[in-house]
Design a protein around this ligand. Structure first.
Ligand code: GLN
Length: 308
């Protein structure tokens, strides 16, 4: 890709200053319709210089070495092509923890913190909760829960071996490897041999939930992410259906199933839970934008068949 570099800005004798490079990159990113051009310009340069954004501001007038400038040009070009910032810097913050991300994993979204919050609220008071995270991806959910509950035990499944490596690495960095077992396979399949039937306090998952016909209209950045983590089939609920059908076998009576969902899927999901017949206390939580984002329900205690 040809970069529109203003010769006089970028080729001063000493090379451009940090400030000039930021102005140049911001203009390019703005013209590529990046949502937050200045912030992205700063994050890319800070990641290249292995410093934080505050340190950039302390060095605005310093010239950039030409080797850094070359690297910066390349990163800015990739961001102009709308490659996600998190893949370019290799990290994404979630639950105030820094997660490594690669194109093998979905980038953790802030709204998924609502899922973690909702799950943690239901686990209050339990001494050593047993948790399952289905489709662990980068590890964001499982690691956040393990960090918040040092006595929790998490079984994390993931069909992609490459994603599982990233999740394991993140668990290592956040020192919760001892709490999480990573199991490769489809949804709940890897758990059947683990003797967990009727043992789990909570099953949590952010399964793919974008309807196949909506995929093409997603922002350009999302097209760099693994489609297997996004494509939820015709109505987006293909994986929710399979999880709801099978979760009851693993949950202890009174255990919880918490799933992330897309706005507009609430009604169908409530019906799925009710039709399953073993879930009660179905509740929907909204994200900070007021959109329905998480559904949680309780596996009924034996002999209890009604719904609230
Ligand atoms: N929230 C994601 C998006 O809209 C979808 C995540 C998912 O399918 N689990 O891009």
């Amino acid at each position: 890709m040809q970069l529109l570099v203003k010769e006089n800005t970028i080729r001063t004798p000493k090379g451009p200053s940090v400030s000039e490079a930021l102005v140049w990159a911001t203009a390019l990113l703005r013209s590529a319709r990046v949502d937050t051009p200045r912030l992205d310009a700063e994050c890319l340069l800070a990641s290249l210089l292995c410093c934080d954004r505050l340190q950039l501001y302390a060095a605005l007038e310093k010239p950039l070495p030409s080797s850094v400038l070359e690297g910066y040009r390349a990163l800015v070009a990739r961001r102009q092509a709308r490659e996600p910032l998190a893949y370019l810097t290799g990290t994404k913050e979630f639950w105030s923890l820094s997660f490594k991300v690669t194109p093998a994993v979905l980038i953790p979204r802030p709204e998924t913190e609502i899922l973690v919050e909702t799950a943690l609220r239901r686990l209050r008071g339990l001494q050593e909760p047993m948790i399952v995270d289905i489709g662990v991806g980068s590890g964001a959910i499982g690691v956040a829960i393990a960090k918040a509950l040092p006595r929790a035990r998490v079984h994390a499944t993931e069909i992609s071996g490459r994603a599982l490596e990233v999740a394991r690495e993140n668990a290592g960095v956040h020192e919760v490897l001892g709490q999480i077992s990573f199991l490769q396979g489809d949804l709940l399949d890897p758990l059947s041999a683990r003797g967990l039937a009727g043992q789990c306090d909570l099953i949590v998952s952010n399964p793919p939930y974008v309807a196949a016909s909506d995929l093409a209209a997603l922002p350009p950045e999302v097209h760099y992410e693994p489609v297997e983590a996004l494509n939820g089939g015709a109505d987006g609920l293909r994986f929710h259906r399979r999880i709801i059908a099978r979760a009851g076998a693993l949950l202890r009576p009174g255990g919880w199933l918490a799933l992330e969902m897309g706005p507009g899927q609430g009604r169908s999901l409530i019906k799925l839970f009710r039709d399953q017949g073993t879930f009660t206390d179905v509740e929907v939580a909204r994200d900070l934008g007021g959109r329905q984002r998480v559904i949680i329900a309780r596996h009924a205690v034996p002999g209890f068949t009604g719904h609230r």
